[in-house]
Design a protein around this ligand. Structure first.
Ligand code: 9MR
Ligand code: ZN
Length: 511
C-alpha cells in the first residue's frame, strides 16, 4: 500500500496522520465500511524524504466516530483500520504473553497451543573453565535463540516494571500470567546467577546456537560464562528497582533482592571493569560493551532511591554529574537513561538534574524526527525497533513531566511507526494488523511452521548483517532494509527486550 496508517487503528480522540508515497492527489477521502465517503481532507505538499522518495501527509484527526474505515488518495487505498476506544489492548496483551511463551526451565502449558513444551534447559550447568556445576534453571529465552543473558534481562525487567508503574490498569486483561508474576520468573533466575562474592555471571547458554528446534529439544551442555561488571551493575540496578515493586506483596522476596543488589554493588566497588567477550569455544550472544560506567551509574541510582543511604547517594551524585546528560539511552548497552528516569525519585537537586536530562534528551530527539516520525535516518542499527520504542518511552516520560502535547504526539508516532506507518508497510508485531510480520527468526515458530503471535520484530537494519539481508536488501535505504524471512536474523529476529519497551510505551499511551 502507498498510504501508511497504524494498522491497528486509532482512538477517537487521537491525532491521526497518514503518510503517502508521492503526492497521489490533492485530497484524501475517508471511506466507511460500506465504501461511502465520509470525509474529504487536504493533502500536504509533498517533500523529499531522507531517502529521496516524495512523501506527503494528510491529517484525518477529524475522523472520530467508531467504525472501520479505509483511506483513498488518487488511485491508492490504505489497509482498512478501526476507530475504537481500545484499539491496542489485544496487542498489548499479546506482547506481555510473549514473555510467558519465552519461559525456560518450566512447563509452558496448553494455553500456548503448539508452542507448549515441557520444562527445558534444566539440570546443572557447568561454570566455564571449571568442572563445577550450578543449577540456574528458569528465566526467559532471550530471543529467537535459547540463551539466557543477564544484560538484556535487566533491561526487559526494568521496562515491564516501568509499564506497571505507568499504567497498572492496562494489565487488568487476562494475560497468561500477570505482568509482575512474569517479571518475577526472570528475577528468580537472575538471583541464581549471582556468585557468592556478589559478582554476577554474564550468561548461560550452550556453546553455540542450535538448529531450528523447540526449546526442550536442545540437549547440549549448558555453560555458565564468566562474570562481567556490566552484568553485575545491571543486576544490582534491576534488583534494587524490583525490590520496591514487590515489597507490598512479598516482603521476604523484596528483601532477598535488595540484599543481592547490595552484594553486587559491593563487588563493583572493589572491582576494575570486567568487560565481557565470548570466551574461547562459546559463540552465543555476546552482549559485550566498551564501558561499564552506565551500568554502575544505574546501580548507584537504584540503590540510592531504594535505600536512601548516604553512601549510595554520594555515588549516585558523582556519577550523574560525570554523565553526558544530552541524550537518554535505554539500550541494553547503554543503560544510563534508566538512571535518568529513576533518578526522578532522588532528593530535590538530583531529581531536578534528572528531569532536565530527560527533557534535553527528548528535545534533541524531537529535533531529529523524520516524515515517518522516527529519529533515525541514514543508519538503522540491528534491533532498530527497540530504539524506536525506547524513544517512545523517553517522549512519554517527558510528557508525564510537563504535560506538553508535542512529547505525547512524538511518543504516539513511535507507536504508529511500529504498527504500520513505516516505509515497508508492515505491522512489526507478529500476527497483528492487515500486513503483519509472519516469518520471524524464532526457533519455535520455524520448528512448528506457524508464527507465534505478539512478538516485535527487530526491524529495518541498514548494516546488511546476515546473508539473507545481503541477498535481498543490498542498496535499500535504511528504513527499507527489512525482510520478513526467518533467515534474516539481523532484521527479523524477536527479543524479550524489544517487546518490553513496546509494552511500556503502549501501557503508558493507553492511559
Ligand atoms: O540485539 C543485539 C544487537 O544490538 C547486536 O547488534 C547483535 C549483534 O551482536 O546482537 C543482538 O542480540 C542478539 C543476541 O546476541 C543473541 N540473541 C538474539 C539477539 C537479537 O538478535
Ligand atoms: Zn529453555
Amino acid at each position: 500500500m502507498n498510504i501508511q496508517i497504524n494498522q491497528l487503528g486509532y482512538t477517537p480522540g487521537m491525532k491521526k496522520t497518514a503518510v503517502m508515497h508521492g503526492k497521489l492527489s490533492d485530497t484524501l477521502q475517508v471511506l466507511d465500511a460500506q465504501g461511502c465517503i465520509v470525509l474529504t481532507l487536504p493533502v500536504s505538499a509533498s517533500r523529499t524524504d531522507i531517502w529521496g522518495d516524495q512523501v506527503a501527509e494528510a491529517d484525518f484527526s477529524a475522523l472520530t466516530i467508531p467504525g472501520t474505515y479505509t483511506l483513498r488518495c488518487g488511485k491508492e487505498a490504505s489497509w482498512p483500520f478501526p476507530i475504537s476506544e481500545a484499539p491496542y489492548q489485544s496487542c498489548l496483551t499479546a506482547l506481555v504473553d510473549m514473555f510467558y511463551y519465552q519461559r525456560c526451565g518450566g512447563e509452558v502449558d496448553a494455553r500456548a497451543g503448539v508452542f507448549a513444551h515441557p520444562a527445558c534447559h534444566t539440570g546443572p550447568a557447568r561454570i566455564y573453565g571449571t568442572e563445577d556445576f550450578m543449577e540456574v534453571d528458569g528465566g526467559w529465552h532471550d530471543a529467537g535463540d535459547f540463551g539466557r543473558y543477564i544484560v538484556p534481562a535487566a533491561k526487559a525487567v526494568a521496562d515491564l516494571l516501568l509499564a506497571w508503574q505507568w499504567n497498572a490498569g492496562a494489565f487488568a486483561a487476562p494475560n497468561l500470567t500477570p505482568i509482575l508474576e512474569e517479571a518475577r520468573w526472570e528475577l528468580e533466575w537472575m538471583l541464581k546467577m549471582q556468585r557468592e562474592d556478589g559478582a554476577v555471571y554474564h550468561k548461560v547458554s550452550c556453546a553455540r546456537f542450535c538448529g531450528m528446534i523447540m526449546p526442550h529439544e536442545e540437549k547440549e551442555e549448558l555453560i555458565i560464562s564468566p562474570v562481567s561488571t556490566t552484568a553485575t551493575g545491571d543486576f544490582a540496578a534491576c534488583m534494587a528497582m524490583a525490590s520496591r515493586f514487590y515489597a507490598a506483596q512479598d516482603a521476604a522476596f523484596a528483601q532477598r533482592m535488595l540484599e543481592a543488589a547490595r552484594r553486587a554493588w559491593d563487588f563493583l566497588q572493589q572491582s576494575e571493569p570486567i568487560l565481557f567477550r565470548n570466551p574461547e569455544g562459546i559463540s552465543t550472544g555476546g552482549y559485550g560493551d566498551r564501558s561499564d560506567a552506565d551500568e554502575r551509574l544505574w546501580a548507584h541510582v537504584e540503590l540510592a532511591v531504594t535505600c536512601g543511604d548516604e553512601m549510595y547517594l554520594r555515588a549516585a551524585r558523582d556519577a550523574i554529574l560525570q554523565q553526558d546528560r544530552s541524550r537518554v539511552s535505554l539500550g541494553w548497552g547503554d543503560v544510563s537513561g534508566y538512571a535518568a528516569l529513576e533518578g526522578l525519585m532522588l532528593p530535590g537537586d538530583l531529581a531536578s538534574l534528572c528531569r532536565q536530562w530527560i527533557l534535553d534528551g527528548a528535545d534533541a530527539a524531537l529535533s531529529r524526527i523524520n516524515p515517518y516520525g522516527i529519529t533515525m535516518t541514514e543508519r538503522l542499527p540491528w534491533g532498530s525497533n527497540m530504539n524506536i520504542s525506547n524513544d517512545g518511552m523517553v517522549f512519554y516520560q517527558a510528557w508525564l513531566l510537563t504535560g506538553c502535547e508535542a512529547y505525547r504526539l512524538a511518543a504516539e508516532k513511535q507507536l504508529h511507526y511500529l504498527l504500520g506507518v513505516n516505509p515497508v508497510d508492515y505491522c512489526y508485531v507478529s500476527c497483528f494488523g492487515s500486513n503483519p510480520m509472519l516469518h520471524p527468526h524464532h526457533r519455535p515458530s520455524v520448528a512448528q511452521g506457524v508464527c507465534q503471535p505478539g512478538m516485535l520484530s527487530g526491524g529495518a537494519a541498514s548494516g546488511m548483517m546476515d546473508a539473507c539481508a545481503r541477498e535481498h536488501l543490498q542498496g535499500q535505504p535504511a528504513a527499507k532494509a527489512f525482510i520478513d524471512m526467518h533467515a534474516s536474523y539481523s532484521t527479523n529476529e524477536i527479543c524479550v527486550y524489544w517487546n518490553s519497551p513496546m509494552v511500556a510505551l503502549l501501557a503508558g499511551l493507553s492511559k
